[in-house]
Design a binder for this molecule. Structure first.
Ligand code: FMN
Length: 354
């Protein structure tokens, strides 16, 4: 049987689910005893390919760990472990094997989505070819909405301007101080990730600080502002064409921090950041031109945008760490329908210890 291991911590303090195929019994013992003797509220699922020979090892290991026992004593721990082994083992292994097999098959299927030769419909005609008018470059906002001015992007606030230094010193940072970002810093981050490169001539296609297939720019940027000078906490949308912000909804800072941690699957640094960049894609902007091929473009472009964020953050002496492990119901929180617009990537930004 193939040996593999997957540990999933749903939340460090409450529930730990372990799914194990152990290569050695020592590993199993360590894991079981650590979980059973900890004082966290723990939900344990164990799967192992080991036989009952385990009990000899178990006793030796248990003796070593005796001093650290807290909630459950060693005898109870041993009894529980033996019950797992006797009652649940075979059923669990069969279940996990079936799920693993299913996942591997799905992975093979999904790989096709990234290939240029997959899913094209012979003779397909895009809306652009049909003469359908070009979709808006920016999601509309209510007429007369009060927009918030951002300072002009100012490169003078960069602490580091050498590109090579920014590239080699960039790293994902997950520890933020409680300090605010300035509006000038936020402005520069918005500009370098989605801002307009020059003013487009009337009726002409426009270009931004990031590349985009067919210059379609299918992304919108939402900002969960926890702490930025001059802004109340809440959800904003960056308007690249105006280089302004639109307030989507005001949210109390404490509440917003909680929500950002929640929607980042419990990754607390999201809630501790000064602002969370949330990128949503609007697929039709790309499908209008590329039809079925748009799907590849949509995901690739998020990477271009976020890389610019990483580099500008590095230049400003701030920190960021992109997050793919977010909850898709963040769409509901932002008021997105999940079909014509949905979140694909997020990245919290904050000030870091020097
Ligand atoms: C697409 C993508 C998704 C990521 N998702 C997460 C995430 O959900 N949580 C996290 O802490 N880091 C996440 N990261 C950051 C990676 O863990 C990080 O880039 C990696 O460990 C390499 O470290 P470095 O960025 O410092 O070079 C993600 C990075 C990428 C590119």
């Amino acid at each position: 049987m193939e040996k593999y291991r997957l540990i999933r911590e749903l939340s460090p303090k409450e529930t730990t689910v372990l799914v194990y195929h152990f290569s050695t019994s020592i590993e199993l013992l360590n894991a079981l005893l650590t979980v059973l003797l900890s004082d966290d509220e723990t939900n344990l699922i164990v799967m192992s390919n080991l036989s009952s020979m385990i009990s000899g090892w178990l006793k030796g290991q248990a003796a070593k760990l005796e001093q650290s026992k807290t909630v459950m004593n060693i005898d109870e721990a041993l009894k529980t472990i033996n019950q797992f082994i006797e009652n649940d083992l075979e059923k669990d292994i069969a279940e996990v094997d079936a799920l693993t097999c299913q996942a591997k098959t799905a992975c093979l299927e999904y790989r096709k989505l990234f290939r240029a030769d997959y899913g094209m419909i012979e003779g397909e005609i895009s809306d652009q070819m049909l003469g359908v008018p070009i979709p808006a470059y920016e999601k509309p906002f209510p007429e007369g909405a009060e927009l918030i001015d951002l300072p002009s992007p100012n490169k003078e606030i960069l602490k580091k301007t050498n590109l090579f230094d920014c590239i080699i010193e960039r790293e994902s940072r997950r520890k933020f101080t409680n300090e605010s970002l300035s509006l000038s810093e936020l402005s520069l981050l918005c500009f370098t990730t989605q801002g307009l490169r020059g003013k487009p001539a009337a009726g002409r296609w426009h270009f931004r600080t990031v590349p985009s297939g067919g210059a379609r720019h299918p992304y919108e940027t939402y900002l969960a502002v926890n702490k930025v000078e001059g802004l109340d906490s809440g959800i904003y949308r960056y308007l690249p064409l105006e280089h302004k912000l639109l307030l989507v909804k005001a949210v109390d800072e404490k509440e917003l921090r909680k929500k950002m941690t929640h929607y980042s699957e419990g990754q607390e640094f999201a809630g501790q950041s000064a602002v969370v960049f949330i990128w949503s894609c609007v697929p039709y902007r790309m499908e209008w031109r590329y039809s079925t091929m748009a799907r590849r473009d949509l995901l690739l472009e998020a990477g271009h945008i976020c890389q610019n964020l990483y580099l500008c953050v590095e230049g400003l002496g701030l920190g960021t760490c992109s997050i793919l492990a977010y909850r898709q119901d963040l769409d509901d929180y932002l008021g997105l329908d999940g079909v014509d617009e949905f979140v694909t990537y997020i990245s919290p930004v904050g000030r870091i210890e020097k």
